[in-house]
Write a protein that binds this ligand. Structure first.
Ligand SMILES: [Fe+2]
Ligand SMILES: [Fe+2]
Length: 142
């Protein structure tokens, strides 16, 4: 493992965090149905966490001598609440995996500050995952 691999992993996750910011803003704008008010609040609340993640990752890529990406991953579109929550769930699960990978690489290359920050972010993404699962459970079969 090298510092370049860490920079690449941080940049991949930066693209995913930019995606998450757009995803939550977009979903809050377009979600329809009787649960819209709750879902708008849920989606809008996530934006702050994802913005802090992106801010940290961009700063760290630059500090390590890399070029922080400005390209978000593509956001899948729908207006159906259940479909939107499923897209969110899979993005959050991927974020947990991505931070687990960053933790491993950061540890190997001796970037312990990155490891600790990635641990905190992993915990936040795991909470987002839990909350999304709970929102999906039960209510949406009807
Ligand atoms: Fe995030
Ligand atoms: Fe998240």
């Amino acid at each position: 493992m090298s510092k370049d691999q860490l920079i690449a992993a941080l940049n991949r996750q930066l693209a995913a965090e930019y995606q998450a910011i757009i995803q939550y803003l977009h979903y809050a704008a377009v979600v329809t149905g009787p649960y819209r008010p709750e879902l708008v609040t849920f989606f809008q609340t996530e934006v702050a966490d994802e913005t802090l993640h992106a801010q940290y990752l961009a700063g760290k890529v630059a500090a390590l001598g890399g070029d922080p990406t400005t390209e978000p991953k593509a956001v899948p579109h729908s207006t159906d609440p259940r479909t939107l929550l499923q897209y969110v769930l899979s993005a959050e699960e991927e974020a947990v995996k991505a931070y687990a990978e960053i933790i491993k690489i950061a540890d190997e290359v001796g970037e312990y500050g990155v490891r600790i920050q990635a641990e905190n972010f992993l915990q936040e993404e795991a909470t987002h995952t839990d909350e999304t699962r709970k929102l999906l459970a039960g209510h949406w079969e009807a």
